[in-house]
Design a protein around this ligand. Structure first.
Ligand code: F6R
Length: 613
Protein backbone atom coordinates (compact mmCIF):
# COMPACT_ATOMS: atom_id res chain seq x y z
CA UNK A 1 0.00 0.00 0.00
CA UNK A 2 0.95 3.65 0.07
CA UNK A 3 1.85 5.69 -2.99
CA UNK A 4 5.20 7.37 -3.43
CA UNK A 5 6.34 10.02 -5.91
CA UNK A 6 9.60 11.85 -6.40
CA UNK A 7 10.92 14.49 -8.78
CA UNK A 8 14.36 15.95 -9.49
CA UNK A 9 15.12 18.29 -12.39
CA UNK A 10 14.66 21.84 -13.57
CA UNK A 11 10.95 22.31 -12.82
CA UNK A 12 9.27 23.12 -9.53
CA UNK A 13 8.82 19.78 -7.78
CA UNK A 14 5.69 20.56 -5.71
CA UNK A 15 3.00 20.69 -8.46
CA UNK A 16 4.39 17.54 -10.10
CA UNK A 17 4.46 15.66 -6.82
CA UNK A 18 0.98 16.73 -5.70
CA UNK A 19 -0.55 15.81 -9.04
CA UNK A 20 1.22 12.45 -8.81
CA UNK A 21 -0.07 11.90 -5.28
CA UNK A 22 -3.65 12.48 -6.48
CA UNK A 23 -3.11 9.78 -9.12
CA UNK A 24 -1.72 7.40 -6.50
CA UNK A 25 -4.32 8.15 -3.86
CA UNK A 26 -6.07 4.86 -4.69
CA UNK A 27 -3.16 3.15 -2.92
CA UNK A 28 -3.89 4.76 0.44
CA UNK A 29 -5.51 7.89 1.77
CA UNK A 30 -4.97 7.95 5.54
CA UNK A 31 -2.44 10.78 5.40
CA UNK A 32 -0.23 12.58 2.91
CA UNK A 33 3.10 14.37 3.10
CA UNK A 34 5.82 15.98 1.07
CA UNK A 35 9.51 16.88 1.53
CA UNK A 36 11.17 19.50 -0.67
CA UNK A 37 14.71 20.72 -0.48
CA UNK A 38 16.02 24.03 -1.70
CA UNK A 39 19.26 25.87 -0.89
CA UNK A 40 20.25 23.19 1.60
CA UNK A 41 16.99 23.66 3.46
CA UNK A 42 14.59 20.74 3.98
CA UNK A 43 10.87 21.53 4.24
CA UNK A 44 8.58 18.71 5.30
CA UNK A 45 4.80 19.13 5.39
CA UNK A 46 2.37 16.39 6.30
CA UNK A 47 -1.23 16.07 7.22
CA UNK A 48 -3.69 13.34 8.28
CA UNK A 49 -6.37 12.76 5.66
CA UNK A 50 -6.29 13.11 1.92
CA UNK A 51 -3.92 14.80 -0.51
CA UNK A 52 -6.39 17.72 -0.71
CA UNK A 53 -5.97 18.20 3.07
CA UNK A 54 -2.21 18.42 2.53
CA UNK A 55 -2.76 20.99 -0.24
CA UNK A 56 -4.88 23.14 2.09
CA UNK A 57 -2.23 22.82 4.77
CA UNK A 58 0.66 24.01 2.58
CA UNK A 59 -1.21 26.95 0.99
CA UNK A 60 0.81 29.59 2.85
CA UNK A 61 4.03 27.56 3.17
CA UNK A 62 7.25 27.61 1.20
CA UNK A 63 7.10 24.74 -1.30
CA UNK A 64 9.78 26.04 -3.63
CA UNK A 65 12.43 23.63 -4.84
CA UNK A 66 13.45 21.44 -7.79
CA UNK A 67 13.69 18.23 -5.84
CA UNK A 68 11.13 16.56 -3.63
CA UNK A 69 9.38 13.40 -2.53
CA UNK A 70 5.72 12.83 -1.62
CA UNK A 71 3.71 10.07 0.02
CA UNK A 72 0.11 9.01 0.45
CA UNK A 73 -0.31 6.51 3.26
CA UNK A 74 -2.32 3.42 4.09
CA UNK A 75 -1.49 2.96 7.76
CA UNK A 76 0.16 -0.23 8.99
CA UNK A 77 2.30 0.76 11.98
CA UNK A 78 0.84 3.63 13.97
CA UNK A 79 -2.52 5.38 13.69
CA UNK A 80 -3.10 7.62 10.68
CA UNK A 81 -2.18 10.97 12.27
CA UNK A 82 0.19 13.76 11.31
CA UNK A 83 3.06 12.40 13.38
CA UNK A 84 3.02 9.01 11.70
CA UNK A 85 2.58 10.48 8.22
CA UNK A 86 5.56 10.29 5.84
CA UNK A 87 8.14 11.71 5.03
CA UNK A 88 10.15 10.86 8.14
CA UNK A 89 13.41 12.62 8.86
CA UNK A 90 16.71 11.59 10.36
CA UNK A 91 17.74 12.69 13.88
CA UNK A 92 19.91 15.49 12.45
CA UNK A 93 17.02 16.58 10.17
CA UNK A 94 19.21 16.24 7.07
CA UNK A 95 17.53 13.24 5.45
CA UNK A 96 13.88 12.68 4.51
CA UNK A 97 12.52 9.27 3.59
CA UNK A 98 9.22 7.87 2.30
CA UNK A 99 8.35 4.20 2.32
CA UNK A 100 5.79 1.77 0.96
CA UNK A 101 5.93 -1.65 2.63
CA UNK A 102 6.79 -3.04 6.04
CA UNK A 103 10.10 -3.32 7.88
CA UNK A 104 9.48 -6.55 9.76
CA UNK A 105 12.50 -6.33 12.07
CA UNK A 106 11.89 -2.66 12.89
CA UNK A 107 11.37 -3.38 16.59
CA UNK A 108 14.81 -4.89 17.17
CA UNK A 109 16.47 -2.23 14.98
CA UNK A 110 14.63 0.49 16.90
CA UNK A 111 15.65 -0.86 20.32
CA UNK A 112 19.29 -0.98 19.23
CA UNK A 113 19.14 2.56 17.82
CA UNK A 114 17.49 3.89 21.00
CA UNK A 115 20.32 2.33 23.02
CA UNK A 116 22.74 4.24 20.83
CA UNK A 117 20.98 7.51 21.57
CA UNK A 118 18.43 7.89 18.78
CA UNK A 119 15.13 9.55 19.64
CA UNK A 120 11.99 8.75 17.66
CA UNK A 121 8.97 10.92 17.06
CA UNK A 122 6.56 8.46 15.46
CA UNK A 123 5.37 4.87 15.95
CA UNK A 124 6.31 3.91 12.40
CA UNK A 125 8.73 1.30 11.12
CA UNK A 126 9.82 3.83 8.48
CA UNK A 127 11.38 6.28 10.90
CA UNK A 128 13.68 3.49 12.09
CA UNK A 129 15.04 3.08 8.58
CA UNK A 130 15.93 6.75 8.11
CA UNK A 131 17.75 6.80 11.48
CA UNK A 132 19.63 3.66 10.50
CA UNK A 133 20.71 5.24 7.20
CA UNK A 134 21.82 8.41 9.01
CA UNK A 135 23.90 6.40 11.49
CA UNK A 136 25.60 4.33 8.78
CA UNK A 137 26.29 7.43 6.67
CA UNK A 138 28.04 9.11 9.61
CA UNK A 139 29.85 6.11 11.07
CA UNK A 140 31.05 4.59 7.80
CA UNK A 141 31.72 8.00 6.20
CA UNK A 142 30.00 6.94 2.97
CA UNK A 143 27.70 8.79 0.57
CA UNK A 144 23.91 8.44 0.77
CA UNK A 145 23.74 5.85 -2.03
CA UNK A 146 26.10 3.56 -0.15
CA UNK A 147 24.54 4.27 3.24
CA UNK A 148 21.09 3.27 1.94
CA UNK A 149 22.55 0.11 0.41
CA UNK A 150 24.28 -0.89 3.64
CA UNK A 151 21.17 -0.12 5.71
CA UNK A 152 18.97 -2.24 3.46
CA UNK A 153 21.27 -5.18 4.12
CA UNK A 154 20.11 -5.02 7.73
CA UNK A 155 16.43 -4.84 6.91
CA UNK A 156 13.94 -7.70 6.75
CA UNK A 157 10.70 -6.89 5.01
CA UNK A 158 9.27 -5.19 1.98
CA UNK A 159 9.98 -1.70 0.77
CA UNK A 160 9.93 0.85 -1.94
CA UNK A 161 11.75 3.90 -0.59
CA UNK A 162 12.88 7.32 -1.72
CA UNK A 163 15.47 9.25 0.28
CA UNK A 164 16.75 12.82 -0.13
CA UNK A 165 19.50 14.74 1.63
CA UNK A 166 19.21 18.51 2.16
CA UNK A 167 22.95 18.81 1.45
CA UNK A 168 22.45 17.50 -2.08
CA UNK A 169 19.70 19.18 -4.10
CA UNK A 170 20.37 17.10 -7.21
CA UNK A 171 19.82 13.54 -6.12
CA UNK A 172 17.19 11.04 -4.98
CA UNK A 173 18.10 7.55 -3.82
CA UNK A 174 15.45 4.91 -4.56
CA UNK A 175 15.26 1.23 -3.67
CA UNK A 176 12.73 -1.57 -3.86
CA UNK A 177 11.97 -5.03 -2.58
CA UNK A 178 8.46 -6.41 -2.85
CA UNK A 179 6.83 -3.02 -3.51
CA UNK A 180 6.81 -1.47 -6.98
CA UNK A 181 8.87 1.49 -8.20
CA UNK A 182 9.09 3.02 -11.68
CA UNK A 183 11.63 5.65 -12.73
CA UNK A 184 10.72 8.01 -15.58
CA UNK A 185 13.62 9.46 -17.56
CA UNK A 186 13.20 12.99 -18.94
CA UNK A 187 15.70 15.53 -20.30
CA UNK A 188 17.73 16.66 -17.31
CA UNK A 189 14.98 15.46 -15.01
CA UNK A 190 13.70 12.25 -13.44
CA UNK A 191 10.35 11.16 -12.06
CA UNK A 192 9.91 8.22 -9.76
CA UNK A 193 6.68 6.69 -8.49
CA UNK A 194 4.87 3.57 -7.29
CA UNK A 195 3.30 3.19 -10.71
CA UNK A 196 3.53 4.96 -14.02
CA UNK A 197 0.40 7.13 -13.66
CA UNK A 198 2.24 10.18 -12.21
CA UNK A 199 4.90 9.87 -14.92
CA UNK A 200 2.97 9.30 -18.14
CA UNK A 201 2.41 12.93 -19.10
CA UNK A 202 6.11 13.82 -18.82
CA UNK A 203 7.96 10.92 -20.41
CA UNK A 204 7.39 7.51 -21.95
CA UNK A 205 10.86 6.21 -21.11
CA UNK A 206 10.78 4.27 -17.88
CA UNK A 207 12.88 1.84 -15.91
CA UNK A 208 11.09 -0.65 -13.65
CA UNK A 209 13.34 -1.17 -10.67
CA UNK A 210 13.75 -4.86 -9.80
CA UNK A 211 13.61 -6.37 -6.31
CA UNK A 212 16.66 -5.65 -4.17
CA UNK A 213 17.86 -2.95 -6.56
CA UNK A 214 18.86 0.52 -5.53
CA UNK A 215 19.09 3.54 -7.83
CA UNK A 216 20.99 6.80 -7.71
CA UNK A 217 18.83 9.33 -9.53
CA UNK A 218 20.93 12.43 -10.17
CA UNK A 219 19.52 15.09 -12.50
CA UNK A 220 22.93 15.79 -14.02
CA UNK A 221 23.96 12.19 -14.54
CA UNK A 222 22.83 8.94 -16.12
CA UNK A 223 20.77 6.64 -13.95
CA UNK A 224 22.92 4.38 -11.80
CA UNK A 225 21.55 1.07 -10.53
CA UNK A 226 23.07 -1.65 -8.36
CA UNK A 227 21.79 -4.49 -6.24
CA UNK A 228 21.88 -4.26 -2.48
CA UNK A 229 24.67 -6.83 -2.62
CA UNK A 230 26.63 -4.25 -4.68
CA UNK A 231 26.42 -5.67 -8.20
CA UNK A 232 26.16 -2.94 -10.85
CA UNK A 233 23.18 -3.29 -13.23
CA UNK A 234 22.57 -1.66 -16.61
CA UNK A 235 19.17 0.08 -16.56
CA UNK A 236 16.72 -1.43 -19.05
CA UNK A 237 14.58 1.31 -20.56
CA UNK A 238 10.97 0.32 -21.32
CA UNK A 239 8.46 2.34 -23.30
CA UNK A 240 5.21 3.19 -21.49
CA UNK A 241 2.02 2.18 -23.27
CA UNK A 242 -0.33 3.87 -20.82
CA UNK A 243 -2.54 6.67 -22.15
CA UNK A 244 -3.52 9.78 -20.21
CA UNK A 245 -7.26 9.26 -20.97
CA UNK A 246 -7.09 5.84 -19.36
CA UNK A 247 -6.28 7.42 -16.01
CA UNK A 248 -8.84 10.22 -16.14
CA UNK A 249 -12.56 10.16 -15.36
CA UNK A 250 -13.64 11.33 -18.82
CA UNK A 251 -16.91 12.89 -17.67
CA UNK A 252 -17.97 10.14 -15.27
CA UNK A 253 -18.71 11.16 -11.69
CA UNK A 254 -16.47 8.42 -10.31
CA UNK A 255 -13.75 6.11 -11.60
CA UNK A 256 -15.83 3.14 -10.47
CA UNK A 257 -18.74 4.15 -12.72
CA UNK A 258 -16.38 4.78 -15.62
CA UNK A 259 -14.82 1.38 -15.10
CA UNK A 260 -18.21 -0.38 -14.92
CA UNK A 261 -19.19 1.25 -18.21
CA UNK A 262 -15.85 0.40 -19.81
CA UNK A 263 -16.48 -3.31 -19.48
CA UNK A 264 -17.77 -4.02 -23.01
CA UNK A 265 -14.57 -2.48 -24.40
CA UNK A 266 -12.32 -4.14 -21.84
CA UNK A 267 -13.79 -7.57 -22.49
CA UNK A 268 -13.19 -7.02 -26.22
CA UNK A 269 -9.61 -5.96 -25.45
CA UNK A 270 -9.08 -9.10 -23.37
CA UNK A 271 -10.21 -11.30 -26.25
CA UNK A 272 -8.51 -9.24 -28.96
CA UNK A 273 -6.03 -11.24 -31.00
CA UNK A 274 -6.66 -14.33 -28.91
CA UNK A 275 -9.53 -15.89 -30.89
CA UNK A 276 -9.02 -16.62 -34.57
CA UNK A 277 -12.15 -15.33 -36.32
CA UNK A 278 -12.07 -18.06 -38.99
CA UNK A 279 -11.08 -21.15 -37.08
CA UNK A 280 -12.18 -20.23 -33.56
CA UNK A 281 -8.72 -21.27 -32.43
CA UNK A 282 -7.70 -19.71 -29.11
CA UNK A 283 -4.09 -18.62 -28.59
CA UNK A 284 -2.87 -17.32 -25.28
CA UNK A 285 0.67 -16.38 -26.26
CA UNK A 286 1.82 -15.89 -22.69
CA UNK A 287 1.17 -19.48 -21.64
CA UNK A 288 1.83 -21.25 -24.92
CA UNK A 289 5.06 -22.86 -23.71
CA UNK A 290 3.35 -24.17 -20.58
CA UNK A 291 0.22 -25.61 -22.17
CA UNK A 292 1.48 -29.18 -21.92
CA UNK A 293 2.08 -28.66 -18.21
CA UNK A 294 -1.51 -27.53 -17.76
CA UNK A 295 -2.84 -30.40 -19.88
CA UNK A 296 -0.95 -32.93 -17.80
CA UNK A 297 -1.52 -31.24 -14.46
CA UNK A 298 -3.08 -33.42 -11.80
CA UNK A 299 -4.80 -30.34 -10.51
CA UNK A 300 -4.77 -26.59 -10.79
CA UNK A 301 -4.54 -24.63 -7.57
CA UNK A 302 -5.82 -21.09 -7.91
CA UNK A 303 -4.51 -18.60 -5.34
CA UNK A 304 -5.93 -15.10 -4.99
CA UNK A 305 -7.54 -12.60 -2.62
CA UNK A 306 -10.85 -10.70 -2.57
CA UNK A 307 -12.52 -10.14 -5.90
CA UNK A 308 -9.78 -12.03 -7.71
CA UNK A 309 -10.55 -15.01 -5.48
CA UNK A 310 -14.18 -14.81 -6.62
CA UNK A 311 -13.00 -14.84 -10.23
CA UNK A 312 -10.92 -17.89 -9.26
CA UNK A 313 -14.07 -19.68 -8.04
CA UNK A 314 -15.64 -19.15 -11.45
CA UNK A 315 -12.40 -20.52 -12.89
CA UNK A 316 -12.95 -23.67 -10.84
CA UNK A 317 -16.36 -24.20 -12.42
CA UNK A 318 -14.96 -23.50 -15.89
CA UNK A 319 -11.88 -25.77 -15.69
CA UNK A 320 -13.77 -28.63 -14.08
CA UNK A 321 -16.86 -28.32 -16.25
CA UNK A 322 -15.24 -27.69 -19.62
CA UNK A 323 -11.72 -29.13 -19.34
CA UNK A 324 -12.29 -31.80 -16.64
CA UNK A 325 -9.27 -30.75 -14.60
CA UNK A 326 -9.57 -30.82 -10.86
CA UNK A 327 -9.25 -27.34 -9.32
CA UNK A 328 -8.78 -26.01 -5.82
CA UNK A 329 -9.32 -22.34 -5.11
CA UNK A 330 -7.40 -21.01 -2.13
CA UNK A 331 -7.28 -17.77 -0.23
CA UNK A 332 -3.60 -16.91 -0.73
CA UNK A 333 -3.32 -15.73 2.89
CA UNK A 334 -4.43 -19.13 4.24
CA UNK A 335 -2.61 -21.24 1.68
CA UNK A 336 0.79 -19.72 2.41
CA UNK A 337 0.67 -20.60 6.11
CA UNK A 338 -0.97 -24.00 6.21
CA UNK A 339 1.75 -26.28 4.91
CA UNK A 340 -0.19 -27.22 1.77
CA UNK A 341 0.58 -30.35 -0.24
CA UNK A 342 2.07 -29.18 -3.54
CA UNK A 343 3.95 -31.32 -6.02
CA UNK A 344 5.76 -30.80 -9.32
CA UNK A 345 2.65 -32.06 -11.09
CA UNK A 346 0.59 -29.15 -9.82
CA UNK A 347 -0.03 -25.93 -11.65
CA UNK A 348 -0.51 -22.99 -9.31
CA UNK A 349 -2.33 -20.09 -10.92
CA UNK A 350 -2.37 -16.68 -9.24
CA UNK A 351 -5.04 -14.14 -10.11
CA UNK A 352 -4.41 -10.51 -9.25
CA UNK A 353 -5.45 -7.16 -10.67
CA UNK A 354 -2.51 -5.27 -9.23
CA UNK A 355 0.04 -8.05 -9.53
CA UNK A 356 1.42 -6.82 -6.20
CA UNK A 357 -0.77 -8.44 -3.53
CA UNK A 358 1.62 -9.61 -0.81
CA UNK A 359 -0.26 -12.78 0.16
CA UNK A 360 -0.69 -13.88 -3.44
CA UNK A 361 3.01 -13.29 -4.09
CA UNK A 362 3.97 -15.30 -1.02
CA UNK A 363 1.66 -18.17 -2.01
CA UNK A 364 3.32 -18.27 -5.42
CA UNK A 365 6.80 -18.21 -3.92
CA UNK A 366 5.88 -21.18 -1.74
CA UNK A 367 4.52 -23.09 -4.74
CA UNK A 368 7.68 -22.30 -6.68
CA UNK A 369 9.88 -23.62 -3.88
CA UNK A 370 7.90 -26.86 -3.92
CA UNK A 371 8.50 -27.28 -7.64
CA UNK A 372 5.03 -26.48 -9.02
CA UNK A 373 4.60 -24.62 -12.30
CA UNK A 374 3.48 -21.12 -11.41
CA UNK A 375 1.27 -19.06 -13.69
CA UNK A 376 -0.44 -15.70 -13.36
CA UNK A 377 -3.44 -13.74 -14.59
CA UNK A 378 -2.74 -10.06 -13.91
CA UNK A 379 -3.83 -6.66 -15.08
CA UNK A 380 -0.91 -4.36 -14.29
CA UNK A 381 1.78 -4.91 -16.90
CA UNK A 382 5.27 -5.34 -15.49
CA UNK A 383 4.05 -5.78 -11.92
CA UNK A 384 5.67 -8.21 -9.48
CA UNK A 385 3.52 -11.32 -10.07
CA UNK A 386 4.13 -11.45 -13.85
CA UNK A 387 7.83 -11.09 -13.06
CA UNK A 388 7.76 -13.98 -10.63
CA UNK A 389 5.67 -16.49 -12.58
CA UNK A 390 6.85 -18.96 -15.21
CA UNK A 391 4.21 -17.66 -17.62
CA UNK A 392 0.84 -15.98 -17.68
CA UNK A 393 -1.79 -13.88 -19.40
CA UNK A 394 -2.58 -10.22 -18.96
CA UNK A 395 -6.21 -9.16 -18.74
CA UNK A 396 -5.64 -5.91 -20.68
CA UNK A 397 -8.40 -4.12 -18.76
CA UNK A 398 -6.39 -0.87 -18.56
CA UNK A 399 -5.76 0.97 -15.28
CA UNK A 400 -8.38 0.25 -12.62
CA UNK A 401 -8.39 3.23 -10.28
CA UNK A 402 -11.63 2.81 -8.31
CA UNK A 403 -10.68 0.81 -5.24
CA UNK A 404 -13.58 -1.61 -5.77
CA UNK A 405 -12.68 -4.02 -8.55
CA UNK A 406 -15.13 -4.18 -11.46
CA UNK A 407 -13.56 -4.46 -14.91
CA UNK A 408 -10.66 -6.41 -13.44
CA UNK A 409 -13.13 -9.10 -12.33
CA UNK A 410 -14.92 -9.53 -15.67
CA UNK A 411 -11.68 -9.56 -17.65
CA UNK A 412 -10.16 -12.13 -15.27
CA UNK A 413 -13.20 -14.32 -15.91
CA UNK A 414 -12.72 -13.87 -19.67
CA UNK A 415 -9.08 -15.01 -19.47
CA UNK A 416 -10.10 -18.01 -17.34
CA UNK A 417 -12.78 -18.87 -19.92
CA UNK A 418 -10.26 -18.67 -22.76
CA UNK A 419 -7.79 -20.84 -20.83
CA UNK A 420 -10.43 -23.45 -19.97
CA UNK A 421 -11.70 -23.55 -23.56
CA UNK A 422 -8.21 -23.88 -25.00
CA UNK A 423 -7.40 -26.77 -22.67
CA UNK A 424 -10.80 -28.38 -23.28
CA UNK A 425 -10.14 -28.28 -27.02
CA UNK A 426 -6.69 -29.82 -26.61
CA UNK A 427 -7.96 -32.49 -24.25
CA UNK A 428 -11.04 -33.22 -26.32
CA UNK A 429 -13.39 -32.78 -23.37
CA UNK A 430 -15.72 -30.64 -25.52
CA UNK A 431 -17.02 -31.61 -28.93
CA UNK A 432 -16.13 -29.30 -31.78
CA UNK A 433 -19.69 -28.08 -31.93
CA UNK A 434 -19.86 -27.35 -28.20
CA UNK A 435 -16.54 -25.53 -28.40
CA UNK A 436 -17.60 -23.39 -31.37
CA UNK A 437 -20.93 -22.57 -29.75
CA UNK A 438 -19.27 -21.24 -26.61
CA UNK A 439 -16.78 -19.18 -28.63
CA UNK A 440 -19.62 -17.65 -30.68
CA UNK A 441 -21.49 -16.85 -27.48
CA UNK A 442 -18.35 -15.38 -25.89
CA UNK A 443 -17.91 -13.03 -28.82
CA UNK A 444 -21.45 -11.73 -28.23
CA UNK A 445 -20.77 -10.90 -24.58
CA UNK A 446 -19.54 -7.27 -25.05
CA UNK A 447 -22.80 -6.38 -26.84
CA UNK A 448 -24.84 -8.11 -24.15
CA UNK A 449 -22.96 -6.28 -21.40
CA UNK A 450 -23.88 -3.05 -23.20
CA UNK A 451 -27.53 -4.09 -22.99
CA UNK A 452 -27.24 -4.74 -19.26
CA UNK A 453 -25.67 -1.31 -18.79
CA UNK A 454 -28.79 0.22 -20.37
CA UNK A 455 -30.65 -0.89 -17.23
CA UNK A 456 -28.74 1.67 -15.17
CA UNK A 457 -31.80 3.92 -14.55
CA UNK A 458 -33.92 1.01 -13.34
CA UNK A 459 -31.11 -0.14 -11.05
CA UNK A 460 -30.80 3.39 -9.68
CA UNK A 461 -34.52 3.35 -8.78
CA UNK A 462 -34.08 0.03 -6.99
CA UNK A 463 -31.05 1.44 -5.17
CA UNK A 464 -33.15 4.37 -3.92
CA UNK A 465 -35.65 1.90 -2.48
CA UNK A 466 -33.03 -0.08 -0.54
CA UNK A 467 -30.35 2.48 0.29
CA UNK A 468 -31.24 2.54 4.01
CA UNK A 469 -31.16 -1.22 4.55
CA UNK A 470 -28.64 -2.37 7.14
CA UNK A 471 -28.19 -5.94 5.88
CA UNK A 472 -28.36 -7.64 2.50
CA UNK A 473 -28.29 -11.28 1.49
CA UNK A 474 -27.05 -12.34 -1.97
CA UNK A 475 -27.99 -15.79 -3.23
CA UNK A 476 -26.88 -17.77 -6.27
CA UNK A 477 -26.15 -21.31 -7.36
CA UNK A 478 -23.60 -22.86 -9.72
CA UNK A 479 -21.78 -20.27 -11.81
CA UNK A 480 -23.88 -17.58 -10.13
CA UNK A 481 -22.72 -18.49 -6.62
CA UNK A 482 -19.34 -16.67 -6.88
CA UNK A 483 -21.29 -13.77 -8.41
CA UNK A 484 -23.42 -13.63 -5.24
CA UNK A 485 -20.21 -13.46 -3.17
CA UNK A 486 -18.81 -10.72 -5.38
CA UNK A 487 -22.06 -8.73 -5.31
CA UNK A 488 -22.07 -8.82 -1.50
CA UNK A 489 -18.39 -7.78 -1.36
CA UNK A 490 -19.04 -4.82 -3.68
CA UNK A 491 -21.90 -3.59 -1.49
CA UNK A 492 -20.08 -3.86 1.82
CA UNK A 493 -16.83 -2.31 0.68
CA UNK A 494 -18.27 0.85 -0.83
CA UNK A 495 -21.57 1.44 1.01
CA UNK A 496 -20.60 -0.04 4.43
CA UNK A 497 -23.83 -2.07 4.51
CA UNK A 498 -23.39 -5.54 5.90
CA UNK A 499 -23.94 -8.08 3.13
CA UNK A 500 -23.45 -11.81 2.80
CA UNK A 501 -23.23 -13.98 -0.26
CA UNK A 502 -24.50 -17.53 0.05
CA UNK A 503 -25.17 -20.56 -2.11
CA UNK A 504 -28.97 -20.29 -2.46
CA UNK A 505 -29.63 -23.82 -1.18
CA UNK A 506 -27.34 -23.40 1.81
CA UNK A 507 -29.55 -20.59 3.07
CA UNK A 508 -31.88 -22.93 4.88
CA UNK A 509 -28.98 -24.19 6.98
CA UNK A 510 -28.75 -20.96 8.91
CA UNK A 511 -29.07 -17.58 7.18
CA UNK A 512 -32.80 -18.13 6.64
CA UNK A 513 -33.18 -17.15 10.30
CA UNK A 514 -32.17 -13.61 9.33
CA UNK A 515 -35.00 -13.14 6.88
CA UNK A 516 -37.84 -10.80 7.79
CA UNK A 517 -39.70 -8.01 6.01
CA UNK A 518 -36.70 -5.67 6.42
CA UNK A 519 -34.16 -7.93 4.76
CA UNK A 520 -33.45 -7.31 1.04
CA UNK A 521 -32.38 -10.45 -0.74
CA UNK A 522 -30.69 -10.28 -4.13
CA UNK A 523 -31.23 -13.54 -5.99
CA UNK A 524 -29.45 -14.58 -9.15
CA UNK A 525 -32.14 -16.58 -10.94
CA UNK A 526 -31.05 -16.65 -14.56
CA UNK A 527 -32.25 -19.42 -16.87
CA UNK A 528 -30.47 -22.74 -17.28
CA UNK A 529 -28.25 -24.06 -14.54
CA UNK A 530 -30.25 -24.65 -11.42
CA UNK A 531 -33.12 -22.34 -12.32
CA UNK A 532 -35.96 -24.50 -10.93
CA UNK A 533 -34.05 -25.07 -7.72
CA UNK A 534 -33.39 -21.35 -7.32
CA UNK A 535 -37.12 -20.72 -7.83
CA UNK A 536 -37.79 -23.04 -4.87
CA UNK A 537 -35.26 -21.09 -2.81
CA UNK A 538 -37.02 -17.86 -3.80
CA UNK A 539 -40.29 -19.31 -2.56
CA UNK A 540 -38.68 -20.13 0.77
CA UNK A 541 -37.56 -16.49 1.06
CA UNK A 542 -40.96 -15.17 0.01
CA UNK A 543 -42.71 -17.33 2.59
CA UNK A 544 -40.70 -15.54 5.27
CA UNK A 545 -41.52 -12.02 4.08
CA UNK A 546 -38.07 -11.15 2.60
CA UNK A 547 -37.90 -8.38 -0.03
CA UNK A 548 -36.66 -9.80 -3.27
CA UNK A 549 -34.55 -8.25 -6.00
CA UNK A 550 -34.10 -10.85 -8.72
CA UNK A 551 -31.66 -10.93 -11.59
CA UNK A 552 -33.47 -12.95 -14.26
CA UNK A 553 -33.19 -13.80 -17.93
CA UNK A 554 -35.16 -11.57 -20.32
CA UNK A 555 -38.75 -12.81 -20.67
CA UNK A 556 -38.83 -14.65 -17.34
CA UNK A 557 -42.35 -14.99 -15.97
CA UNK A 558 -42.10 -17.31 -12.96
CA UNK A 559 -39.68 -15.27 -10.84
CA UNK A 560 -41.33 -12.01 -11.93
CA UNK A 561 -44.46 -13.08 -10.09
CA UNK A 562 -42.55 -13.74 -6.90
CA UNK A 563 -39.95 -10.94 -6.77
CA UNK A 564 -40.51 -7.35 -5.67
CA UNK A 565 -38.07 -6.11 -8.32
CA UNK A 566 -36.76 -7.88 -11.40
CA UNK A 567 -33.73 -6.95 -13.45
CA UNK A 568 -33.90 -8.73 -16.80
CA UNK A 569 -30.60 -9.46 -18.51
CA UNK A 570 -29.98 -11.10 -21.91
CA UNK A 571 -29.93 -14.88 -22.17
CA UNK A 572 -26.57 -16.56 -22.54
CA UNK A 573 -24.80 -19.81 -21.82
CA UNK A 574 -24.60 -20.70 -18.16
CA UNK A 575 -20.78 -20.80 -18.31
CA UNK A 576 -20.65 -17.16 -19.41
CA UNK A 577 -23.50 -15.84 -17.26
CA UNK A 578 -21.24 -14.32 -14.53
CA UNK A 579 -20.01 -11.83 -17.15
CA UNK A 580 -23.55 -10.48 -17.40
CA UNK A 581 -25.07 -11.17 -13.98
CA UNK A 582 -22.35 -9.29 -12.06
CA UNK A 583 -23.04 -6.01 -13.92
CA UNK A 584 -26.38 -5.14 -12.20
CA UNK A 585 -24.81 -5.96 -8.83
CA UNK A 586 -21.89 -3.60 -9.49
CA UNK A 587 -24.33 -0.83 -10.47
CA UNK A 588 -26.61 -1.51 -7.49
CA UNK A 589 -23.75 -1.14 -5.00
CA UNK A 590 -22.45 1.92 -6.82
CA UNK A 591 -25.78 3.77 -6.68
CA UNK A 592 -26.49 2.77 -3.07
CA UNK A 593 -23.05 4.02 -2.04
CA UNK A 594 -23.52 7.34 -3.87
CA UNK A 595 -26.96 7.79 -2.25
CA UNK A 596 -25.42 7.16 1.16
CA UNK A 597 -22.77 9.82 0.46
CA UNK A 598 -19.94 7.30 0.67
CA UNK A 599 -16.61 7.88 -0.99
CA UNK A 600 -17.09 5.40 -3.81
CA UNK A 601 -13.61 5.49 -5.30
CA UNK A 602 -11.78 5.55 -1.98
CA UNK A 603 -13.81 3.64 0.59
CA UNK A 604 -12.67 3.95 4.19
CA UNK A 605 -9.90 1.66 5.48
CA UNK A 606 -9.22 0.16 2.05
CA UNK A 607 -6.48 0.53 -0.52
CA UNK A 608 -6.23 -0.69 -4.05
CA UNK A 609 -3.03 -2.61 -3.84
CA UNK A 610 -2.45 -4.66 -0.70
CA UNK A 611 1.32 -5.00 -0.56
CA UNK A 612 1.33 -5.95 3.12
CA UNK A 613 0.05 -9.19 4.59
C1 F6R B 1 -12.45 -5.72 -4.00
C2 F6R B 1 -11.03 -5.61 -4.21
C3 F6R B 1 -10.11 -6.47 -3.41
C4 F6R B 1 -9.05 -7.07 -4.34
C5 F6R B 1 -8.00 -7.84 -3.53
C6 F6R B 1 -6.98 -8.50 -4.41
O1 F6R B 1 -13.17 -4.88 -4.82
O2 F6R B 1 -10.60 -4.84 -5.01
O3 F6R B 1 -10.81 -7.46 -2.75
O4 F6R B 1 -9.67 -7.91 -5.25
O5 F6R B 1 -7.35 -6.96 -2.65
O6 F6R B 1 -6.28 -7.58 -5.17
P1 F6R B 1 -5.50 -7.99 -6.47
O7 F6R B 1 -6.50 -8.47 -7.46
O8 F6R B 1 -4.81 -6.73 -6.91
O9 F6R B 1 -4.54 -9.06 -6.07
Amino acid sequence: MCGIVGYVGGQQAYPIIVKGLHRLEYRGYDSAGIAITTDKQLNIYKQAGKVSDLEDFVKDKNVKGNIGIGHTRWATHGVPNQLNAHPHKSGDSNLALIHNGIIENYDSLKKALIKRGHVFESETDTEVLVHLIEEIKKNEKVNLFEAVRLALNEVIGAYAILVIDKENNEEIIAARKGSPLVIGIGKGEYFVASDATPIVEYTRNVVYLEDEQIARINKKEALEIKTISNIIKTPYIDELELSLEAIEKEGFEHFMLKEIFEQPKCILDTMRGRINAKTGEITLGGILDYEKKILNAERIIIVACGTSWHAGLIGEYLFEDLARISVEVEYASEFRYRNPIITEKDVVLAISQSGETADTMAALELAKQKGATILGICNVVGSSIPRLTDAGSYTHAGPEIGVASTKAFTTQVVVLTLMALRIAKEKGTLTNTEYRQIITELELIPKKVEKVLELDDLIKEIAAEFKDATNFLYLGRGYNFPVALEGALKLKEISYIHAEGYPAAEMKHGPIALIDEHMPIVVLATRKGNYEKVVSNIQEVKARGGRLIAIVTEGDKTVKELADYCIEIPACFEELMPLLSIIPLQLLSYHIAVMRNCNVDQPRNLAKSVTVE
